[in-house]
Each structure stands twice: as C-alpha cells, then as structure tokens.
Design a protein around this ligand. Sequence first.
Ligand code: C5P
Length: 217
Amino acid sequence: EMHRDLYGKHVLVTAGPTHEPIDPVRYIANRSSGKQGFAIAAAAAAAGARVTLVAGPVNLETPQGVDRVDVESAREMLAAVEAALPADVAIMVAAVADWRAADAADQKIKKDGSGEVPPLALAENPDILATLAKSPQRPGLLVGFAAETENVVAHASAKRERKDADWIVANDVSGDVMGGDANTVHIVTKAGTTSLETMPKARVAAALIDRIADEIA
Ligand code: C5P
C-alpha cells in the first residue's frame, strides 16, 4: 500500500551532530549518529512530502527522494535551515552543539613544548528551534526533540513551552540510544502526551510522520 499523506507539503528536517571548529584540524562534537533524523526524512519522503534534510557530519546515505544539505557547524545549520524556508513542517532532530569555540584559530594551534595549555573560551550557539519559532516564516508545525535521562516527559513539556515548539518528541536516552537502532519516545503536545513502545528508529519515524499527517491533513 502506498501512503501519500504528505503530498505537496514541504518537510524540513535537521539531523546529526554539529562540529564546532577549534582550529583547522580540531573540533568540538557529540555522539549523535543522525540515524533517527535520517529515518524521519525517509519516512516523510515515503509519505509523499518534498523533504529538505539539513545534515551535520554523519556517515549515512541520503534517503531516497530527499534533498540533502550538508553542514558542519551550528551557525551553518541555522543558515541552511533559514534558506530552506518556507516549510509546512519542521522537525529539528539534530543534536546541535550548545557552545562553539569563541575564537577558532585560522592556523593549527601548536604545542610548543613549554607545557602551557592554550585557553579554550566558548561562545553560545544560536538555538535553531527557538529561532524558527520566532521567525516570520515559522513553519505551520514545529517539532523539536529532547534527549532526557530522567523525568523525561516533564522536562520535554517544559522545553516545549520554553522554546515555543508545537510538539516535543521526548527521547529517553537513559539506555543505549545514541548510535543504536532502537528508540523510546513520547510525543508531547499542548493537548497531552502519547507514549510509544520501544521500537526501531524507522518505526518511530513512521509513527511520528503518521501523526503529523493526521495533524496537518
Ligand atoms: O535544549 P535542547 O538542546 O535539549 O533542545 C533540543 C531541541 O532543540 C532539539 O529539537 C534540537 O534539534 C533543538 N536545538 C536547536 N538548536 C540548538 C540546540 C537545540 O535547534 N542550538
């Protein structure tokens, strides 16, 4: 059976980590694999949407029918997201680095043998989800993710309000989620919370896209 529930809709997805340069050969990163975001982009395309996937550095193949834009840093991700607007739905799955090196060096920082360590000052990155929420081109349905290890739904619910997202998908990362193939999520909306069983990331993606199609139909 062919599902075309999102035909004619533009769905924007962010996925993966970001890399924040310290100098030309070093960066700050995190353990996000990008698997859940890529699965969501694939599910949206399978539902008939036009999909823009803004991806941080990951080792994954582009899903069929998806327009992929590769970026490295949070600021590049924000620029690519803004360039992709307008969107009917935006699903921000990326694990964006909270901080970047305040002054990335143009040349490799040298170890000079003196034993002195270079300082590493950090600067706060833009919050892409919160920026979209305030944008004049705010997507019709704005969905964020929240990786939590405890009080998963309560924290996600607070995050939904703080960032002015429509939904937050609360991700229970107390187990072996990062890089793994299964996920346990709760879809937190203004109206309430739907908890899904632990299931493969592809099935989480399909369930979320079904729910989105119902919402915007
Ligand atoms: O606050 P926290 O990082 O847990 O929020 C997670 C949600 O916000 C995710 O949807 C993530 O993609 C998004 N986010 C973002 N830009 C940031 C930080 C988080 O879009 N700089």
